[in-house]
Every structure is written in structure tokens, then in C-alpha cells.
Ligand binder design. Structure first.
Ligand SMILES: Cc1ncc(COP(=O)(O)O)c(C=O)c1O
Length: 378
């Protein structure tokens, strides 16, 4: 199987990930709840993972990294924890449903929402974001790179706009954390949500939310934290304020190992390898007869999420044939981002999405191009 569905969940993981999960399962204990040896060891594993994620994101204080169950959980926590009735939120048409649906529910609760448009390659103009701000705008939510077209947004420019206007910036880094270098402080990001199971190379069931010093955030869940147990309210201090209930220690241990791998290899090196692979694959893909590519046609300004259609072919059939006849795993459809497909011109049919990962090879890309050439000639 040639796995080209890394935008959904990365595969394979670095070998240390499964080992870290197994070791944490063998340890068994609950971090932060008891004082015995295994519980302290579990707490050390969690702290190590927190510190690794903080280092990867350029955040000086590991306590500002909150563990969540996935990217969706982190985004809901950020949106619903910060925004309330009477506030205005600016977001974009390039968002995933894990932003669009919480925003729709906030709108029903009295929050005003503006979605800024994108150009036909999926790029959002930071000046368009600036123009959409109002005095009551509390937050801008921006998808760093589209999970449909791979289009990278100019997060630094949007960060400057938000800083200048005193508005919080929430970055959905689902397709960029671990893939492109990120420094939350340099980018002016106040909140950053990322799944643990994509570019961060951890197991499913993990995610993170970075909470910057300017963000005041209410918990989505309340319950046991192992600290300030005498209080009827959640503790104020991070990360416990936002981590009610027992943590997913095995998952977080695996996430820590995935991020340690990235720190050792260097996200710069991961990105350089991805750009090289894109520079090889993109011109070859574009030569496939009848292939329509969505998003930027060059390696700049995009990540390795490649969405396309073959003229006159149903995407579902193309995806099925790639799997059945060529052993290539891709994802077809709307990718939980209907408005992005509208902006890119691929709604309502959607597209075929092949997403490369840090272990993808030139041979994988060539196999995809060969298969698409054959399918286009049938
Ligand atoms: C851009 C984007 N945002 C958010 C998410 C949600 O992440 P998760 O599936 O971990 O909840 C995804 C996952 O596909 C995504 O691609």
C-alpha cells in the first residue's frame, strides 16, 4: 500500500511512537493524581511531551500547551472558550468544519461571524481580514494551510493585523504543525490548535492547544484535575484549567515521541524534503492529460496536500481505482471543508486528495502519476 492520506492521519509513524505508547500502557498509572512512583513517572512522560510540543512551536512555557483529544477538540475549546454573545469573529471560507460548525453554533448564540473569501487558488488576502474587523471583533480564526488545496496562508501578516487592532488570532495548524516551521511568538499567534495525529506524528486521540498570554479562555469541560481539589471551580493555572479528567497518557507519550523525532530531524529539514518532493511531483502531475489541480501549481505557498480531478471522471471512481488497482490510498469528496471547495471551484463534486508525508518518496509520487496517466487514458 502506498499511503497518500497523511492529511487525514500521518502514516507511518516514527518507530519510537509505538514503543512510547506501549511503555506508557505498561506503566499504567494516572499522572498528577497520586504520589507513587509509576504516577510520578507518568507525569514525567506528560511533561516531556508538553515540553517537546512547546519547543516545536516556539513557546517558551510548556504550561501553555494544553492536551486535547484531537484538533476539533482544541478548536472548539479555543472558539467557545474565548468568544461570547455580542462578540464578532472573522474567519475564512477556507476553514474546516471543525471551525465552521462551532462558528455556526456560536452565531445561533448571538455571536456575529464574517467569513472572508479566497482567490481561486485558496489564498486569503490579509488586507481582506483587516477590512472585515469591527470594534467588537474579538478573534480571527485562520486555517494555516488548507486541508483541501494545501494553500498556505500568510499567517505572519494576519498576525500583524491582529496585534495592531488588539484582536486575538487563532491559527488552525492541522496541516502545518510539524510540517512547516512555526514560531507562535514571532507569528503573533494567541491560540494554536493542532491534531497530534497528523504532522506531529503522534497517535490518533491526541491534539494540542497553545494558549498565549493575551488569551483568557473558559474551559469546555470541568472536573478533576489533581490540583486545587478543595475548590468547586476549575483551577486558574494552565494547563490544568483546561485539562479536566484523566489524560490520554499512552497517546500523549506517543505524541511526545513523534515530536521528539521532529525536533531531532528538524522541521526545516522536513519542509525542505517536502518542497523537493513537490517540485518533482507537481510538474509531472500537471502533465497528466485532463488533470485539474486545485491550489498553487508550484511548491511555494503550499504544503503537500494535492487535490485534483480528472476531467470527465467521477472522483469517487478515481479514488476507488487508485486503491483497488494500484494500492494507493487517497481521500475523495469534500474533506469536511465545503466552502473551500466552493472557493476552489470543486463544489459540490469535491476532489481526489493525495497528501504526502515526511516518509513519502519520489517513488510514491511517481507511482501516483503513472496510475493517473493510465486512468486518464481509459
Ligand atoms: C484543517 C483542519 N482543521 C481541523 C481538523 C480537525 O482535526 P481532527 O480530525 O484531529 O479533529 C482537520 C482534520 O482533518 C483539518 O484538516
Amino acid at each position: 500500500m502506498i499511503y497518500l492520506d497523511n492529511a487525514a492521519s500521518s502514516h507511518p509513524k516514527p518507530p519510537g511512537v509505538a514503543r512510547a505508547v506501549a511503555d506508557a500502557l505498561a506503566l499504567g498509572a494516572n499522572p498528577g493524581r497520586s504520589g507513587h512512583g509509576p504516577a510520578l513517572e507518568a507525569a514525567r512522560v506528560i511533561l516531556d511531551a508538553r515540553s517537546a510540543v512547546a519547543e516545536l512551536l516556539g513557546c517558551g512555557d510548556p504550561a501553555r500547551i494544553v492536551f486535547t483529544a484531537n484538533g476539533t477538540h482544541a478548536l472548539n475549546l479555543a472558539l467557545k472558550g474565548v468568544v461570547g454573545p455580542g462578540d464578532h469573529v472573522v474567519s475564512t471560507v477556507m476553514e474546516h468544519n471543525s471551525v465552521l460548525r462551532p462558528l455556526a453554533s456560536l452565531e445561533r448564540a448571538g455571536v456575529a461571524i464574517t467569513l472572508v473569501g479566497a482567490d481561486p487558488d485558496g489564498r486569503v488576502d490579509p488586507a481582506g481580514v483587516a477590512a472585515a474587523l469591527r470594534p467588537e471583533t474579538r478573534l480571527v480564526a485562520l486555517c494555516h494551510a488548507s486541508n483541501v488545496s494545501g494553500t498556505l496562508q500568510d499567517a505572519a501578516a494576519v498576525g500583524r493585523v491582529c496585534r495592531d487592532r488588539g484582536v486575538l488570532l487563532l491559527l488552525d495548524a492541522a496541516q502545518t504543525a510539524g510540517v512547516v516551521p512555526i514560531d507562535v511568538e514571532a507569528l503573533g499567534v494567541d491560540l494554536l490548535a493542532a491534531p497530534g495525529h497528523k504532522g506531529l506524528l503522534g497517535p490518533q486521540g491526541t491534539g494540542v492547544l497553545y494558549v498565549g498570554p493575551r488569551a483568557r479562555i473558559r474551559p469546555l469541560l470541568e472536573g478533576g484535575t489533581g490540583v486545587r481539589s478543595e475548590q468547586r471551580t476549575m483551577p486558574d493555572e494552565l494547563p490544568e484549567a483546561l485539562e479536566a479528567g484523566t489524560l490520554n497518557t499512552p497517546g500523549i507519550a506517543g505524541l511526545g515521541a513523534g515530536v521528539r523525532y521532529l525536533l531531532d530531524r528538524g522541521v526545516d529539514a522536513v519542509r525542505a524534503a517536502e518542497r523537493e518532493l513537490l517540485a518533482h511531483a507537481l510538474p509531472r502531475l500537471l502533465e497528466v492529460p485532463g488533470l485539474v489541480l486545485y491550489g498553487p501549481r508550484g511548491a511555494d505557498g503550499r504544503v503537500a496536500v494535492l487535490s485534483f480531478n480528472l476531467a470527465g471522471r467521477d472522483g469517487a471512481h478515481v479514488g476507488f481505482a487508485l486503491d483497488e488497482a494500484y494500492g494507493i490510498a487517497v481521500r475523495v469528496g469534500l474533506h469536511c471543508a465545503p466552502d473551500a471547495h466552493k472557493a476552489l471551484g470543486s463544489f459540490p463534486a469535491g476532489s481526489v486528495r493525495a497528501s504526502l508525508g515526511p516518509f513519502s518518496t519520489v517513488a510514491d509520487a511517481d507511482a501516483l502519476v503513472r496510475a493517473l496517466r493510465e486512468l486518464s487514458s481509459l
